[in-house]
Design a protein around this ligand. Sequence first.
Ligand SMILES: Cc1ncc(COP(=O)(O)O)c(C=O)c1O
Length: 392
Amino acid sequence: MSNKKKFETEAIRTQSETTQFSEHSVPLYLTSGFVFDDAEEMRASFAEEKQRDLYSRYSNPNVSEFVDKVCLMEGAETGFAFATGMAAVFSTFATLLNAGDHVVSCSSVFGATHGLFTKYFPKWNIESSYFNINEVESVESLIQPNTKFIYAETPTNPGVDVLDLEYLSVICKKHNLLLVVDNCFATPYLQTPIKHGADLVIHSATKLMDGQGRILGGITVGKKELIREIYLFSRLTGPAMSPFNAWVLSKSLETLAVRVEKHCVNALELATYLEAHPKIKWVKYPFLKSHPKYNIAKKQMRLGGNIVAFEVEGGIEGGRAFFDAIKMCSLSANLGDTRTIVTHPASTTHAKVEAEVKAAVGITDGMVRCSVGLEHIDDIIDDLEQALNQLY
Ligand SMILES: Cc1ncc(COP(=O)(O)O)c(C=O)c1O
C-alpha cells in the first residue's frame, strides 16, 4: 500500500510535530530566532551538519509546514515560501539569471512580472522575448543561445488564456531549458505543472490558497538543486514568509479542495449564464466549449478555475457603467476570495498600456474580469444581471 494519501488528506494531515502540550491544531511559532544547547550545536547547525531551525529568515516550523503541504500537492521535491507572490517571482528570477541571459515568456503575464521584464531586466543586461499566447508554436523561434528558461502562466491573468504545458516542456527539453510556471490561477488542486514537465512552480498564495482575502504570501517549489539556490539567495536577501501568514495559509490549505471545487462550479454556472446573455459580446472560461483552448484545459486541468472574463457592450464607457451598477460584488484588484470580485482592466490596471499590448494579452475595452466567489450562485447572477439591465 502506498504511503501517499489523497490530496484532501495530505492537506489536512500534514502537520508539524506536536509539542509537549499535545495540541490538536498546530500552534503559531511567532519567534524570530531559535536557541542552542551549546557552542557545538550552534556550530553544527550553521554548518548544516544538523537539520534544525536557526532563524526565521531561513526557516520556521509554520513556514515549513506550509511548504511541505504545497510540495505534496504539487508533487515537488522541495520549496521555499515568500512574503508575497512577487517576492517568489523575483527571487526565482534573480537566482536563475545572470547578466547576459535571456528569458522567453508568454505575452500575457501578471502586470508586475511584466514590469520586471521591461523595467528592471534591461538595467541588469537580461533580455526577454514574449511569445503570443495564441501562437504557442512560435516559442521555438524565440529561443537564443543565451536563453535560460521559458516562463508561462496558465490560465493567464486577466485574459484566461490557456497554454499547453506538455508542449512547452517538450520544447524546453529539446533546447535544454528550464520550464518555470506561475500556477496561481489554477492552484495545485486543479493543475500540477511538474507532472507535465515543469522544473519550478510559483504561486501567489495571496489568491485561492488563502482564499479569504486576508494575507499576502508566495511560494516556489520544484527540483531540489534549484530550490537550494533559491534558498541561499533568499537567506541572504530576506524575502521570507512570516510565521503568522504561514500558519493562516497552512490552515487555509486544509479546505483548498472543497473551496476550489465550489468556486469552479459557481464559475462555470456564471460563464454559461453570461454566454447566453444578449448584452454580452463574448465570454472566456477554460471549461466552456467555446474557449479556444478547451481541449488543452480539459487535458491539464481538473476543473476550469474561478476566473471568468467577458465583454460588455459599449467599450470603456460600457465597462465603467457596468461597474457603477454593481451592488453586491466587490470592485477590487484582488482575486480568489470568498467574495465575488469584478475588475475592469481597460480603465484601471491596464489604463496606461498601449493598445497593441492590450490586444496581445486579450484585454478589450469592455472586458470585465470576474473572480467568482462562494456566495450562492443565484445571488451572484442576480447582481450581474441587474447591472447588465441598467446598461442601456
Ligand atoms: C498570476 C499572478 N502571479 C503573481 C502575482 C503576485 O502576487 P502577490 O500579489 O501575492 O505579490 C499575482 C497577483 O495578482 C498574480 O495574479
